[in-house]
Design a protein around this ligand. Sequence first.
Ligand code: VNL
Length: 390
Amino acid sequence: MHKRTLIQTAVAAALLAAGGLALAQDNTFKIGLILPMTGQQATTGRQIEAAARLYMAQNGDTVAGKKIQLIVKDDTSLPDVTRRLAQELVVNDKVNVLAGFGITPSAMATAPIATQSKTPQVVMAAATSAITEASPYIVRTSFTLPQVSVALADWAPKNGIKKVVTLVTDYGPGIDAEKFFASRLQFNGGQVTEALRVPLRNPDFAPFLQKVRDAKPDALFVFVPSGAGAAVMKQFLERGMDKAGIKLIATGDVTDDDQLNDMGDGALGVVTSHHYSAAHPSATNKKFVEAFTKANKNLRPNFMAVGGYDGMRVIYEALKKTGGKGDGDALLAAMKGQIFESPRGPVFIDAQTRDIVQNVYLRKVEKKDAQLYNVEFDVIKDVKDPGKTK
Ligand code: VNL
């Protein structure tokens, strides 16, 4: 206990000194972007890096007299690596902002460093509700699982779905999705008859799906993180779950735009709720999708890309507002309360919670121009994260 305190004090002192130096620095403004560029969550890193670079290409790399430098680091989605990289970025590179964070454990591992060094931490991907409460320096531009799961639990019972089995990845966002979906479904007169959890690392969905088939619910509700959706869809169809009369409903992480078009026609008709679809019919989104696709060899942007793009916007505008003179606290203050039109629709960074308030859409997989898309058919406007404890 005593030893731990000493180490923490030493780290805090080093971080404070580093923060002081950063202020005295030259004319660069450094953004340390920590992402999973390799390993199981690599698509998330690829999408966010591409979006951040697109934002810079479109908006220039000089803001308020400062030259923006983007330093990308690969944490391979291991939280111990994220923590070490964040510390190096703050102490050695003297970054002004930490950003990225593909999965919840990585965002959580960085929170104490953000707090101690007073560095804003812009979470562009991770989506467990509690993340923003882990440090007063965290601002989020992605979403939360409670935010999107509740909408589906309102839709389901109105559409003949009363008995549901849930299947989620066994960590923060999955547990949030399971909990908020179940309690809202129950409130609406439905029922979760069984709650199944699969491991985050190397999941095998087959044995779980067999259990679901035997239980024969009206629907299976699924959350898995971005990148794992195609495997779930494949095994769901291979086991003939749909033919057995079990509907698949999910958060939009499953019908991920990064993978959806390769899932095949078996995905047609799957209903999900989420905050972003590449098919969102706004002028802002059409421009975004066109520019992103063009800059990235036809890669379709997914919700991760939008979290990264909007995160850059929040950083750029904070830098503008502080005239390039602000420290971490000033930047943070300038991030709070930002309101803007995102490719996903209108968004707002709640100054109290530092979390994003946004529309949640109900969508159905449909074919448009011979491609599969999540086509929005209903919207719940300005949804706050229902998971906040205060
Ligand atoms: C998380 C949530 C990660 C949703 C995801 O994909 C996702 C997380 C990598 O909080 O870890 O789709």
